[in-house]
Design a protein around this ligand. Sequence first.
Ligand code: FAD
Length: 320
Amino acid sequence: MKVVDHIAKAKKSLFSFEILPPLRGHDIKDIFSTLDPLMEFCPPFIDVTYHKEEFIYVEKDNGLLQRKKISRRPGTVGICAAIMNKYGVDAVPHLICEGFNKQMTENALIDLNFLGIDNVLVLRGDLMKSENSFFAEKEGYKYAVELVEQVQDLNKGKYLDKTFIEHKESTLFDFCIGVAGYPEKHFEAPNIESDLFFLKKKIEAGADYIVTQMFFDNKKYFTFVKKCRSEGISVPIIPGIKPISSKKHLNSLPSRFFLNIPNELVKEVEKAKSKKIVSHIGIEWAIHQSKELKDSGVEIIHYYTMDRPENIYNIVQAIY
Ligand code: FAD
């Protein structure tokens, strides 16, 4: 079922979360063992992130280093299929511009359609650690909006190459499309107005809903939603929440995601004497944020697990 239909038909407030495919060499059972306990709360859908290939350096026999491209976390589509098969829950694969040309994207979308996947979260893709700016693939896309347009084209039966296709007879896809939004602005955008301008372009191109970058102060979300609405963006805007689980997050999250962490939370985490206490503080903060969002009428909250789905259990248990 489409994400927007889950939201429209919900009789109570919902939650979703995202998981990362396991690291290469790890077992899918690790994913299942963290998902199993969450199933008692009936999540309507689960997102599965996509990770592009990275460069690694391997020492050769002669001592020289060889640069290799490798995907550390392959298997997004396989995990989606496994989730749907095991739990009967909708899986939402993340689809990125990076590493894909138009033809590869079309082939991937055909696979997703055949698997019975109804939703895709369309993104430009994270930068590699070694990159300062984004490079589009040859015959690929520079911005997520172009990828939204391709998904929409396929929703209308427009394939890239018509050699084998009579347009009238081609299968129409019906993907529900999610895109990313940034309450504290995307790091490259010169200002929030410019970022909202391009967010609106993604909606005009056919995106059905927005999932926000994580934020730790609900005021940022409320202001963002207000601005979106005044710009004429009327689609659901799903807030993204992440529980802090280590002291390192106080620096790594702002530097990686360009967001602010309220001083009150920073002080509490800094005072904590163990990792367990930090996790507890992070969970309590996320519970507080979730309660406030829920009380304000937010229909669904999305949780970032970033490889720690067990923390989400405690939050969901307190809220749903
Ligand atoms: P875009 O919408 O393309 O925007 C990128 C920047 O370009 C913004 O500053 C925007 O204002 C600007 N812009 C947009 N269109 C134009 C235009 N036409 N002309 C000029 N400027 C423009 N990354 C992954 O690699 N894998 C994942 O699974 C993943 N999941 C994510 C899930 C969520 C909910 C979020 C919020 C992010 C996720 N990301 C993921 C990270 C995302 O790929 C990065 O934040 C990326 O830098 C931007 O992606 P975007 O889709 O927002 O890009």
